[in-house]
Design a protein around this ligand. Structure first.
Ligand SMILES: O=C(O)C1=C[C@@H](OP(=O)(O)O)[C@@H](O)[C@H](O)C1
Ligand SMILES: C=C(OP(=O)(O)O)C(=O)O
Length: 424
């Protein structure tokens, strides 16, 4: 699907979609709880559909109650040992969370996926699982089959590849009989996602404790069913907060200003770049002001680096994003695709020496062009917001349907704020 977008400025108020990260975690905790949970304001996107389908395959009874609420009855008895296939679609979270969960339940499972997912990293998670009772059949790409049953023990894991490995283990290891330890072998990146995991696990009555090298996870724990309202998505909100900062004035409602979502940092970062930001009462207001370059550590906020590069392109001077090497392993190689997209529109964006930074020399006027989404929802949405810098010219985005992965009504919000988004 090609979409033609045009906007000189965006103005008005939208409500943030439900958080994708919180929705994954809530569905999984509800699956693991013996009883019925009610999840309201659950994200309705392709990735959460994959996670709901995976929960269903493992024995949960998932029923829509309407109005984005779901009733989920979790595993009341031991899961069977009948082999299952779990289609993760394009969702890295679904894959990395369910691999250890299936193994902890002792369910032989084959994992499939599409798009870039088959090649995204997973070996670093399989390795400690194989040291602790699992067996895997994996040839460097999906499908991947996991058999055996995880045992409690020590799980050495790198912290710099994907925090999703650690979230998957944190969710799964409390189900084992004995205590386990997750031991980091390299510095943790994307740390806020771990805090979010621990927070939602705690809401379902399950705990893990931080140690000086990782986490201690007591075994024999039981998830308790809950009624949970999923909070608004700061990662999605980042697109429209950036839009307000570079052209117009946008208020995003439905956000928890004390959230553990790491992408909440977008508000402080835009303010640091010079935007007018006001927060309070579950709303964030972002308005245009002269922006100036700065240094942004991207190591804990990988998902908002592409959209912040648009703010950097609008700022005078140079903005350097550090710690961004892991952007290469997302739905696209986001270092390359952020550069390619913004360069096609006339911006000066390049990967820095060493390959772990992104350097944006801002302040250039941009122009319309045809760009590809590269099949990556965050790149499609980045290109749409970048159209605000193109002097009213049209940006054509090929493959824009990929927004379905996290933010299906993204273009409805774009038009509600006064932009033009025509499906061609
Ligand atoms: O745990 C999560 O919900 C996520 C963790 C992050 O991945 P990494 O830990 O691989 O950076 C992030 O990019 C992803 O979109 C969602
Ligand atoms: C990287 C993302 O998600 P996942 O890793 O779950 O595919 C994302 O939403 O940008």
């Amino acid at each position: 699907m090609r979409i033609a977008v045009r906007a000189r400025e965006l103005r008005g108020t939208i409500t943030a979609p439900p958080s994708k990260s919180c929705s994954h975690r809530a569905v999984i905790c509800a699956l693991l709880a013996g009883g019925t949970s009610v999840l309201t304001h659950l994200a309705q996107n392709a990735d959460i559909r994959a996670t709901l389908a995976a929960a269903n395959v493992l024995g949960a009874d998932c029923r829509p109650l309407g109005d984005s609420s779901w009733q989920l009855t979790g595993l009341t008895a031991a899961a069977g040992d009948r082999p299952v296939t779990i289609d993760c679609g394009e969702s890295g979270s679904t894959l990395r969370f369910f691999v250890p969960i299936a193994a902890a339940l002792g369910v032989p499972a084959t994992f499939t996926g599409r798009g870039r997912l088959p090649g995204r990293p997973i070996a670093e998670l399989l390795q400690p699982m194989c040291q602790n009772g699992a067996e895997t059949d994996y040839a460097g790409t999906l499908p991947c089959t996991v058999t055996g049953r995880l045992q409690s023990g020590v799980y050495p894991i790198p912290g710099h590849v994907s925090s999703q490995f650690i979230t998957g283990l944190l969710l799964a290891l409390p189900l084992l009989e004995g205590d386990s330890e997750i031991s980091l072998t390299s510095r943790l990146q994307s740390r806020p996602y771990i805090d979010l995991t621990l927070q939602i696990m705690a809401q379902f009555g399950v705990r893990a404790e931080a140690t000086h090298r990782g986490w201690f996870v007591p075994g024999g724990q039981q998830y308790q069913p809950q009624e949970i309202q999923v909070e608004g998505d700061w990662s999605g909100a980042a697109f429209y907060l950036t839009a307000g900062a570079v052209g117009g004035a946008v208020t995003v409602a439905g956000l928890n200003c004390q959230s553990r979502q790491g992408d909440r940092a977008v508000a402080d970062i835009l303010a640091r770049l010079g935007a007018q930001i006001r927060t309070g009462d579950g709303m964030v207001h972002s308005a245009q002001a002269p922006l100036h370059g700065t240094v942004i550590d991207g190591s804990h906020i990988p998902d908002i680096v592409p959209i912040l590069a648009v703010a950097a392109a609008a700022a005078s001077g140079t903005t350097t994003f550090t710690g961004v090497e892991r952007l290469r392993d997302k739905e696209s190689d986001r270092l390359y695709t952020t550069c390619a997209t913004l360069t096609a529109l006339g911006a000066d964006v390049a990967v820095g020496p060493g390959g772990d930074s992104l350097v944006v020399r801002g302040g250039r006027p941009l122009h319309g062009a045809t760009v590809s989404s590269f099949g990556d929802h965050r790149i499609a949405m980045t290109a749409a917001v970048a159209a605000l810098l193109c002097g009213g010219q049209t940006v054509y985005i090929d493959g824009a349907e990929c927004i379905e992965k996290s933010y299906p009504n993204f273009f409805e919000h774009f038009t509600a704020l006064g932009g033009v988004a025509d499906v061609l």
